[in-house]
Design a protein around this ligand. Structure first.
Ligand SMILES: *[C@@H]1O[C@H](CO)[C@@H](O)[C@H](O)[C@H]1NC(C)=O
Ligand SMILES: *[C@@H]1O[C@H](CO)[C@@H](O)[C@H](O)[C@H]1NC(C)=O
Ligand SMILES: *[C@@H]1O[C@H](CO)[C@@H](O)[C@H](O)[C@H]1NC(C)=O
Length: 376
């Protein structure tokens, strides 16, 4: 009797929910009305079947050549969302080659109107629509998405409680003054600056802001030849500079979250996870991420190695190469025309010429990042 009464009540609630136009749950869904979007960034959302009351939000940002769909299926966050009840926002780059704009002045400015601004608007939309917890908004990403993670932490420090960057560069390091530019000096790790320099660069992205800032964990591999490992050290300088920590770790934990990574604790708000011999194709540690975000219980200082392998994935396992080949075997604009392991055409359709500015790793994060002839 009671059971059937409750069933009827629940059914009525569900209909009400649907009538309000909630996005379909438990599948990746595009949202087209999230607000100001001058750079044309696309928004995809994953709302789990078991949505928590006042859910947390994780913004999960893809790498160059990636898509929202690829990052959704190639990372553990949607599976973890079902487990913990949070919402995942997967933004998608509007640019050919799908790198993020982390190089223009607009992108590097709070409310500057570029990709970073659009992503912030997605968060605001999601908080309003789902009653999400504005104090538990997190950001993570790989490669170009890790660059954007650092940029969002600097441009919207009031919005994010924590960030995790997998193989990125410091916020501002990719500056070129152009939209969606590529800064080789930075990617090749040729920039070595002081803590104060990097902290100032980050602070200048939101002048006058004095509130709290996200705690940051920085992952990088020592054998990264796409975004050289110096970028780890520079990013650590940026966030330790922000929080006033020394760049000498307070604690060093070998084989954590797992071999061959070492976890460095610089202070409560800044950690590094550095993989010896690890390339740009870096592993995502879903369980450790949950602890850093405070979604999963346990002190972040006593993180244990992730138990299962089900929630671990490399961001690239399902990423399909997106090389575009023009007729006659010549590559179209932005088509890949070289790089380590490249077996495709090395000629470009007129008027483009092959201009390799980075040697991308076959099968790695940056495979077929179609920037080889980015610069005409
Ligand atoms: C943002 O731009 C993309 C690409 O043009 C479009 O698909 C999407 O609907 C836009 N969203 C909003 C809120 O303007
Ligand atoms: C690349 O960034 C550095 C600072 O991060 C800057 O000094 C340099 O001018 C930039 N390169 C280009 C081509 O803009
Ligand atoms: C960068 O940081 C790593 C990890 O702490 C360290 O092994 C390496 O020596 C550092 N590189 C430089 C140039 O300081």
């Amino acid at each position: 009797m009671f059971v059937s009464l409750w069933s009827i009540l629940l059914l009525a609630l569900c209909q009400l929910t649907l009538a309000e136009g909630m996005e379909k749950r438990a599948s990746l869904t595009q949202v087209t009305n999230f607000g100001e979007n001058s750079s044309g960034t696309k928004m995809y959302i994953y709302v789990p079947n078991k949505l928590a009351a006042k859910p947390a939000i994780i913004v999960a940002i893809h790498y160059c050549s990636g898509t929202a769909q690829a990052y959704y299926s190639g990372t553990p966050y949607a599976t973890l969302a079902e487990q913990y009840g949070f919402i995942v926002i997967y933004p998608e780059s509007p640019y050919s080659g799908t790198c993020w704009d982390v190089s223009s002045t607009a992108a590097l400015t709070h409310n500057g109107g570029a990709d970073s601004n659009s992503i912030a608007n997605m968060v605001t939309y999601t908080i309003g629509k789902y009653g999400a917890d504005s104090s538990r908004v997190f950001v993570t990403g790989s490669s170009s998405g890790a660059m954007m993670t650092n940029v969002l932490a600097a441009t919207y420090p009031e919005m994010f409680a924590a960030g995790i960057a997998y193989s990125g560069v410091p916020a501002g390091c990719f500056y070129t003054g152009t939209v969606n530019g590529w800064n080789s000096t930075c990617s090749q790790g040729k920039i070595s600056q002081t803590q104060n320099y990097w902290a100032t660069v980050a602070k200048n992205m939101y002048p006058g802001y004095t509130g709290p800032r996200p705690k940051m964990r920085i992952h990088h591999g020592s054998a990264d030849t796409t975004l050289y490992p110096q970028n780890y050290n520079e990013t650590i300088k940026q966030w330790t500079g922000i929080f006033g920590y020394s760049t000498t770790p307070q604690q060093t934990i070998p084989n954590n979250p797992a071999s061959p990574y070492t976890r460095y604790i610089y202070g409560a708000n800044v950690e590094g996870v550095y993989g010896t011999g690890v390339t740009h194709n870096i592993k995502i540690f879903g369980d450790a991420d949950m602890e850093w975000f405070g979604i999963k219980g346990g002190s972040t200082a006593t993180t244990t190695a992730p138990s299962g392998t089900t929630t671990q994935a490399t961001a690239t396992s399902t990423a399909a190469p997106t090389t575009t080949t023009a007729a006659g075997g010549a590559q179209a604009q932005y088509g890949q025309c070289g790089g380590i392991g490249w077996t495709g055409s090395t000629t470009c359709a007129s008027p483009y010429t092959c201009n390799v500015i980075n040697s991308y790793i076959s099968g790695g994060l940056a495979n077929s990042v179609n920037r080889a002839n980015y610069e005409l």
